[in-house]
Unconditional design. Sequence first.
Length: 355
Amino acid sequence: MQQLDEIRANTLPLIEKAENLSALDAVRVGVLGKNGSLTGLMKNMGVMSPEERKTFGATVNAVKNEIVSALDAKKAALEAKEMADKLAAESVDVTLPARPVQQGRIHPTTQAMEEALTIFAQMGFELAEGPDVEDDWHNFEALNLPKEHPARQMQATFFFDNKNMLRTQTSGVQIRTMENQKPPIKIVCPGRTYRRDYDATHLPEFHQIEGFVVDEKANLANLKSVLVEFFKLFFETDDVQVRFRPSYFPFTEPSYEMDLGGVLARNIGKEWIELLGCGVVDPRVLQNCGIDPDKYQGFAFGVGLDRLAMMKYGIPDLRPMFEADMKWIKHYGFVPLDIPTVTSGLSLNGGKKCD
Ligand code: DAH
């Protein structure tokens, strides 16, 4: 009984003095643990007489309960203090400056697309769009490229099955437009195009703008003036020359490749830069869409947009254009003039060049 008194007298102050939860737990283990002092005393009960055991047992339990409730009370107090200390240490300093908000950039291809479409709109062209997943009729057949035509192989195509593919050119939008609209037609068709290509100057995914005009008189002279005017406005210079070389496209007859001369070519040490395909719409293409080729005629052109963006903004290499490298886009991208909002949708007004 005396030992019991001592344990009680020693333990209660130790509990009171414990400075943290682990010190408190050490006190608990010292008294109530497997080898604890109180646990040791309780083991002696086996050798006591029944009377002794009764009184001793009652006192041991009382002391044990007293110690356990002292431990619980101290534990709750220490936990509350720990939480209060943590809250004090982690309090938010509202006077700290905010982290800068990262602003997105407009991709040069998007910017070039916007600038080009704006110019064509000013020249009276309407916007026409078609699906990226195209069928054989619109991507090939109706464009005068029947199944066994060797020119199909020139366009390394991503097929889904015999009938469906990723479009290799925006020219299919010519067909889709003629199926829904009678002449006069004067459209530009921008969009993504796809081919199984990958090297320094070709990527599997790229962008084109197609121009397409059909009416009773549209002719090669009109084609030339549209293209010269477009390039003057797009490259912001009067020093533009164009040259037409005979070429072959199944959907135009005659067909040409247009080269660009003037300051842009000289800038890269050349006299001419091969730029686009064009020609007079083949009568068969009109016929395929139920348009009378004796009454109507037209011209078409298709130009690679990524190339135009590189030339206009001085981008030396095609490949990083679609690698989503933040440093690259920060350097070559455009700061949006309007911050897009959920209600207004994406700003398509373009941006301004930043340094
Ligand atoms: N679709 C052709 C290509 O991807 C480009 C082209 C050439 C489009 C001549 C035309 C055209 O409209 O008349 O290579």
